[in-house]
Design a protein around this ligand. Structure first.
Ligand code: COA
Length: 203
């Protein structure tokens, strides 16, 4: 795995010992509700360490996730993104994204990270279908994935309890055959201009 370079973010390989403190913060702030379908119990450092240990144990039993941290152009680590359950037979994977720093929501960082990850999945891992799930109340995530070309496929009614209300889970899919490519979407979505407005002109 290598670092993937974007316009607003770079994606660097997730290293538990190095990124664990950040993940602990994200698991215990507001972003957690949006990222994990309302599952909001306080989470300790030991629990986070166990999640990562279990993941590496699961690798021996066939788990094939690929995980990155997002580093914004200002140098700050702001979240994570990755592919879970990469299935090399059917060439499918589940995508998950999590910006844990609220100040960076709605500014295009998630779209930049998503395009890099989709591009990596299709061109490097040779996937042919990507899947992604979110909540009906997460309009930011819906807009984010639809902009990147994902299509709404199925609705699981009353799938999770969030702040005392049953919410529907929405599942999205993206086929490689339908993907116009990262460069085309960068242009279409004006990501270069967005990056320039936030961070100024590059070197
Ligand atoms: C979901 C997430 C990854 C998206 O990344 P992001 O950088 O915030 O998203 P972007 O700015 O690239 O795109 C979001 C779009 O939704 C729009 N938006 C923001 N808030 C919105 C809202 N409340 N309702 C509707 N649209 C909204 C933004 O304006 C933007 O659209 P635009 O580019 O046309 O203006 C990020 O917000 C996040 O991690 N949130 C917390 C955890 C989470 O929800 N994870 C996803 C679980 S599926």
């Amino acid at each position: 795995m290598t670092t993937l370079h974007g316009l607003l973010v770079d994606l660097e390989p997730f290293v538990p010992a190095f990124h664990q403190e950040k993940m602990h913060a994200y698991w215990n702030n507001e972003s957690r509700l949006w990222a994990t379908m309302g599952d909001c119990e306080p989470t300790t450092r030991a629990q986070i360490a166990r999640i990562h240990e279990e993941r590496s144990g699961a690798r021996e039993r066939g788990y094939t996730g690929v995980h990155f941290m997002m580093r914004a152009r200002d140098g700050n680590i702001i979240g994570s993104i990755g592919l879970n359950w990469v299935d090399y037979w059917n060439r499918t994977a589940w995508l998950g994204a999590w910006i844990g720093e609220k100040d960076y929501w709605g500014g295009g960082h998630g779209t930049d990270a998503l395009l890099l990850t989709v591009d990596y999945a299709f061109r490097w891992l040779d996937m042919r279908r990507l899947c992604l799930g979110t909540m009906d109340i997460n309009e930011r995530a819906q807009r984010n994935v639809e902009k990147a070309g994902f299509r709404f496929e199925t609705r699981e009614r009353k799938a999770a309890l969030v702040n005392g209300r049953w919410i529907d889970a929405l599942n999205y899919g993206l086929l490689r055959d339908d993907w116009p490519g990262r460069e085309a979407l960068v242009d279409q979505l004006g990501l270069r201009e967005k990056a320039e407005r936030r961070y100024g002109k590059g070197d």
